[in-house]
Ligand binder design. Structure first.
Ligand SMILES: NC(=O)c1ccc[n+]([C@@H]2O[C@H](COP(=O)([O-])OP(=O)(O)OC[C@H]3O[C@@H](n4cnc5c(N)ncnc54)[C@H](OP(=O)(O)O)[C@@H]3O)[C@@H](O)[C@H]2O)c1
Length: 254
């Protein structure tokens, strides 16, 4: 159980982040909830009756992040837990590469995390309560999915960043957890036009993530069946790229 902590959650207004807020609010935590839309954060604060600071910011915008950092430092001296849920997904249209799309996805999923970590690390370092930084990646970074060039690459980059950072922040006693969910039923996935095996509710995803964090896990991947299947194909890569992945390709994109 995670209780009596000061916790920053980005991407808190929707989906997995919102479900995490609901769970963490039950356990006397002080929550700092973040997203771009202040209106959505206000709606969240009304839903959840717990002490909460709203920190609207676009994680992709360095100037906004510097302003948010100043507001945050007036309110708290330290953070015990930071969960980076802010994320976006855009799929490539067949074989046509769109650099702007790649930039948009990386700006939020990768540089957004870099900006958040820069802001949060000094405050995590001040924590007396086993501080932990948590990044939400994706099982999609295990094997290459068609049309997910930008999304999968941004999550693979996040993975590398945080795995590498884990080593560098060990001397300041900040732990790092990488979360790799499968398909979760949220606004992010609702427009997907393909089958999503083992689709799970955000409440289930949030409970799984919090159980893993409470156990001090370095990596949390779920659901187990999808994670094992993709892990198998990561090892037998040729089988994935020759047999499985082509079957997942959209047929009308030539
Ligand atoms: N759903 C899945 O199946 C799934 C699977 C694997 C991984 N994930 C990852 O889990 C995380 C949460 O996804 P979700 O499914 O819960 O998505 P979601 O319901 O669309 O929520 C995304 C959240 O991120 C915020 N956000 C988006 N862009 C932002 C930006 N530039 N700056 C600040 N906040 C931003 C959104 O609020 P505003 O719009 O107000 O900014 C919202 O609160 C993402 O990183 C996603 O890649 C999801």
């Amino acid at each position: 159980m995670i209780s009596n902590k000061t916790i920053l959650i980005t991407g808190a207004s929707s989906g997995i982040g919102r479900a995490l807020v609901h769970e963490l609010a039950k356990e006397r935590n002080f929550l700092i909830v973040s997203g771009r839309s202040e209106a959505k954060l206000l709606a969240l604060a009304e839903e959840v009756s717990a002490p909460m600071l709203l920190l609207p910011m676009d994680v992709a915008d360095e100037a906004q992040m510097l302003a948010a950092e100043k507001r945050l430092k007036v309110q708290v001296d330290s953070l015990d837990l930071v969960i980076m849920c802010a994320g976006t997904c855009e799929y490539q249209d067949g074989w046509q590469v769109n650099p702007s799309l790649h930039r948009r996805v990386f700006d939020t999923n990768y540089f957004g995390a870099v900006n958040t970590v820069r802001m949060a690390l000094p405050l995590l370092k001040n924590s007396q309560s086993a501080p932990r930084l948590v990044g939400v990646g994706s099982l999609s970074s295990l094997v290459p999915f068609p049309r997910a060039e930008a999304y999968g690459a941004s999550k693979a980059a996040l993975d590398y960043f945080l795995e590498s950072l884990r080593v560098d922040v060990a001397p300041i006693k900040v732990a790092v957890t990488m979360v790799r969910p499968g398909f979760v039923d949220t606004p992010l996935t609702r427009s997907n036009d393909f089958d999503m095996p083992f689709l799970m509710a955000p409440e289930v995803a949030a409970k799984t993530i919090l159980r893993g964090i409470a156990k001090g896990k370095n990596t949390i991947h779920f659901p187990l069946k999808l994670s094992l299947t993709l892990g198998f194909f990561r090892v037998f890569h040729g089988f994935w790229s020759r047999i499985v992945a082509p079957k997942l390709r959209k047929q009308d994109t030539f």
